[in-house]
Design a protein around this ligand. Structure first.
Ligand SMILES: O=C(O)CCC(=O)C(=O)O
Ligand SMILES: [Fe+2]
Length: 227
């Protein structure tokens, strides 16, 4: 008991020997002996606790704590990887404005991702192949039959990535609207008619990105529900 008292909790502190986290008189307490103290970072060690322990116990704990820190760092690294949290976004989420984009990945560095069912999926082109992206203009012209794809590009911290994107865009003095042959009583127009200049202006002013601007041109109707 004498030894335990050496490490006893000080007034108003949860660290030390005693029952940890006692908040009120009515609280149910654990029935156990507990010596609770901070080891790391060293400047937070309470002088009467860890530094006061027998040297051999202190050394063992010190080594144990270093090993555990490495284990925790590895677990967190795996979680970050699993959730793709360590990716830096180079090209922000967007969908291309034009009809079709022909994308050539010039070197072998992966970076492009598309959004599918709410998840970002990495895309790598086949050898000697283009990646073909549908843009918002084609989605409008086809009355939503061909959907533009939301995509983004991550940065590779080790290697530079190079790509050539060629955009097939509508002429600036034109208008875009669903093709008349695709608009029927069964398949009403899903998009409003819009001048290309207004379309591009809205696109560049849109702060939300993604497909938000295209979505803002949707007509809400039974068949053409926003998706
Ligand atoms: O570099 C890429 O893979 C895509 C670039 C892109 O999405 C764009 O320029 O619109
Ligand atoms: Fe793009």
């Amino acid at each position: 008991m004498e030894e335990k008292r050496k490490y006893g909790q000080l007034e108003g502190d949860v660290e030390g020997y005693g029952n940890v986290f006692v908040g009120s008189e009515d609280q149910k307490l654990h029935w156990r002996d507990c010596l609770y103290f901070t080891i790391s970072p060293p400047h937070l060690r309470k002088p009467h606790l860890f530094p006061n322990l027998p040297p051999s116990f202190r050394e063992t704990l010190e080594a144990y704590s270093v090993d555990l820190k490495n284990i925790v760092a590895e677990i967190l690294r795996q979680i970050r990887k699993k959730l793709r949290m360590d990716q830096v976004i180079g090209v922000l989420p967007h969908s291309d404005f034009g009809g079709i984009t022909i994308l050539l990945e010039v070197n072998d560095v992966q970076g492009l991702q598309i959004k599918k069912d709410g998840l970002w999926i990495p895309i790598k082109s086949l050898p000697n192949a283009f990646i073909i992206n549908i843009g918002g203009t084609l989605e409008i012209l086809t009355n939503g039959t061909y959907r533009s794809i939301e995509h983004r590009v991550t940065i590779n911290s080790l290697k530079e990535r190079m790509s050539i994107a060629t955009f097939c865009n509508p002429k600036m003095d034109g208008e875009i609207a669903p093709a008349p042959s695709l608009v029927t009583p069964e398949t009403p127009a899903m998009f409003k008619r819009i001048g290309v200049v207004d379309y591009t202006k809205g696109l560049f002013m849109s702060k939300i990105g993604g497909k938000a601007h295209l979505d803002s041109m949707r007509i809400q109707n039974e068949q053409g529900k926003s998706n």
